[in-house]
Ligand binder design. Structure first.
Ligand SMILES: NC(=O)c1ccc[n+]([C@@H]2O[C@H](COP(=O)([O-])OP(=O)(O)OC[C@H]3O[C@@H](n4cnc5c(N)ncnc54)[C@H](OP(=O)(O)O)[C@@H]3O)[C@@H](O)[C@H]2O)c1
Length: 347
């Protein structure tokens, strides 16, 4: 019997998804509740759009210097110009700064150069938002090094970024007088992570190569991308938990979040009848785009979360529960070993 369902995802009970989205109001607002960030430096991947854009904006409102790690200089320049024009409630420009850091997470060479460029300009780094993402690109779209686009960008690209940033993060954490929990890294996951592989992470099928099949019926390749997206977002949670076990003692707090559901650039690949129907069906559960930054800013800046390394946060501004399998240290270790192997030459 079990063999019939091999290749099927593990789906956490729906109540988890529902529970995650209730209540619909947030007890924590970045504008009102985020502590001052003056003098602190942050990197936001994918800061030119959607969740990353508002994460950057709110950090700037509180005085941070934010590096927008973006793959497209033109889109980034446009977003930067807009952010530099935003005014606070008193009619003043936001007190923080924003700078471009050219970084294509789907090319590990570009990720490594971005870190070199960053460390030439800054000697401290307080916050990293591993936020950039892509959803349901064509099945055979690959990264520069030949990995599936979603897994390669979300998981391997961010791994190479974080591993290369570790020296500057450790150095910042070790500065005398640095408050405990001041240095934090957050990986942006998704409620979609619940559609993970049954095994959690399989080193022999790291990207979940084959379309799902039940009783011999296979999903068309493009629909398998839905599950691969969930798989990559599940791996982001495994990563954050493993990093916390590996590097938490260096004074760096690693967390992951589900940012909520918002209409952003993420849905750009939802074409065709089935995908359009799916897109329309999720409309009623989409929140205003501005809300997408709440959970990751809460995870990384609220003083009460300073000791919560490895935690997973959900809508809105609350500690949440990821899929059971995300707690599997064996799966976390397997993924980490695979990532270390495949980062050789780039870290
Ligand atoms: N929106 C939601 O409902 C939702 C729900 C759950 C999780 N999330 C997660 O939230 C994160 C942000 O998504 P979003 O909703 O804000 O979507 P978005 O508006 O499309 O923003 C995604 C950002 O990631 C960037 N990006 C994509 N591939 C990249 C690469 N190879 N290198 C560097 N940057 C890259 C995009 O750059 P370009 O502008 O150049 O494309 C864009 O800036 C993603 O990780 C997503 O999985 C979103």
């Amino acid at each position: 019997m079990a063999a019939l369902f091999q290749g099927m995802p593990s789906m956490q009970p729906l109540h988890t998804l529902l529970w995650e989205n209730l209540p619909m109001t947030t007890p924590w607002e970045p504008k009102r509740d985020m502590p001052d960030q003056t003098g602190r430096v942050a990197i936001v991947t994918g800061g030119n759009s959607g969740v990353g854009y508002y994460t950057t904006l709110e950090l700037m409102r509180k005085g941070a210097r934010v590096y927008m790690a973006s793959r497209d200089p033109e889109r980034a320049a446009k977003a930067i110009a807009q952010l530099r024009d935003v005014k606070d409630d008193d009619g003043n420009l936001l007190k923080g700064e924003v700078k471009l850091l050219r970084c294509d997470l789907s090319d590990l060479e570009s990720v490594r150069s971005a870190v070199d460029e960053f460390t030439q300009q800054e000697s401290q780094l307080h916050l990293v938002f591993a936020n950039a993402g892509i959803m349901f690109p064509p099945y055979d779209q690959k990264t520069a090094q030949g990995y599936e686009m979603q897994f390669g960008t979300h998981v391997l690209g961010h791994h190479v970024l974080i591993r290369n940033l570790l020296p500057v993060l450790r150095k910042t954490a070790a500065i005398p007088g640095q408050p405990k929990g001041a240095i934090r890294v957050c990986l942006t996951s998704s409620a979609g992570h619940n559609m993970h592989q049954r095994k959690g992470f399989d080193k022999h099928d790291p990207e979940w190569a084959k379309p799902l099949g039940v009783i011999g019926i296979r999903l068309p390749e493009q629909y398998h991308q839905i599950f691969r997206y969930g798989h990559s977002k599940f791996c982001n949670i495994l990563q954050s938990k493993k990093y916390d076990r590996e590097f938490g003692n260096d004074g760096i707090v690693f967390t992951s979040v589900n940012p909520g559901n918002m209409k952003t650039g993420l849905q750009r690949h939802m074409h065709g009848l089935g995908m359009t129907a799916l897109f329309l069906s999720i409309q009623p559960i989409l929140y205003p785009i501005q809300k997408g930054c709440i959970n990751q800013l809460y995870a990384t800046t609220a003083p009460e979360n300073a000791n919560l390394g490895g935690a997973y946060f959900g809508p809105w501004a609350k500690l949440s529960r990821p899929a059971f399998k995300a707690h599997d240290e064996g799966a976390q270790d397997n993924l980490y070993e695979w990532l270390e192997d495949h980062s050789k030459g780039f870290v």
